[in-house]
Design a protein around this ligand. Structure first.
Ligand SMILES: [Mg+2]
Length: 271
């Protein structure tokens, strides 16, 4: 999708501005991170979050690119290993009415391997489609917005969308400024100045209350933890591959002792 196609008029954002002016906490995220590599998805899952909604441009990929940015690829894989199919992309370009025949959405789904939500209203609208998606994915009609976490690089769209509906909100810094369109660059700069530097820092306005508000620090990986978790995921994945291969070998009547030795060797190699 070309840059100028991604920024058609967002009437929902404009209509929501009044609410944000009256309640500036709507544009303050629960967590502000450099990128998703810092987020402990295992803890997020353990604390009861049922699904993850990612923004795409500058959260998972460089703007208008259909490949994961290298800085977050390990983090994204950790997310998938913990949340499985309960992950989607919600973009304000792909999957909306701007996306003719959903060509861009289909391209992203092919490139990244996760669903792109089709939604009528742009963020901060689109809640009905989000709830329908996760209720179907989790086969649970009881899933509510408060059970979901939204992650994105924009305060007035991604964060306001999540906070308006009671989700956990995570703001990440843009992955790169290269290739982004000028409207997004200016809007991001202004909203960051207003809501991070003035509303939050100067007037101590915090994000709306969420049931995880008291546990936020437990969701942030410390230095080295992310790397460790990525290695652990890789180790588990290889061990599972080894186990599957062992099962297959059983059919070929290979002695069990040999299989255990083989798995042990594989594990040792990874250490
Ligand atoms: Mg973005």
């Amino acid at each position: 999708m070309r840059p100028w196609m991604g920024q058609s008029f967002n009437s929902k954002a404009v209509r929501t501005l009044g609410s944000v002016i009256r309640h500036p906490s709507l544009a303050v995220p629960h967590l502000a991170l450099t990128n998703i590599a810092q987020l402990d998805f295992a803890a997020l899952k353990a604390m009861g979050i049922r699904g993850i909604i990612f923004d795409k441009d500058n959260t998972l990929t460089a703007p208008y690119v259909e490949e994961l940015h290298p800085a977050i690829s390990d983090g994204f894989r950790r997310c998938q290993s913990h949340f499985g199919g309960s992950v989607c992309i919600m973009s304000n370009s792909a999957g909306t009415g701007d996306d003719v025949n959903f060509e861009s959405a289909i391209k992203i789904e092919t490139g990244l391997g996760i669903p792109v939500l089709r939604h009528r209203e742009k963020k901060p609208g689109g809640l009905p489609e989000v709830l329908a998606f996760f209720r179907e994915r989790c086969a649970d009609e009881g899933i509510e917005a408060r059970d979901l976490c939204v992650i994105g690089d924009r305060l007035l769209t991604d964060v306001v969308f999540g906070n308006l509906h009671g989700m956990l909100t995570v703001h990440t810094k843009p992955l790169t400024l290269q290739g982004d369109n000028k409207v997004a660059l200016v809007a991001r700069y202004i909203e960051s100045r207003i809501f991070f530097n003035i509303v939050h820092a100067r007037f101590s306005v915090e994000a709306p209350q969420h049931r995880l508000s008291g546990s936020l620090q437990q969701l942030v990986l410390q230095n080295g933890d992310a790397q460790e978790q990525a290695s652990e995921n890789e180790r588990q994945s290889l061990l599972q591959t080894g186990a599957a291969s062992d099962q297959h070998s059983q059919q070929d009547k290979i002695p069990a002792e040999e299989k255990i030795t083989s798995s042990a060797k594989q594990e040792k190699k990874l250490q």
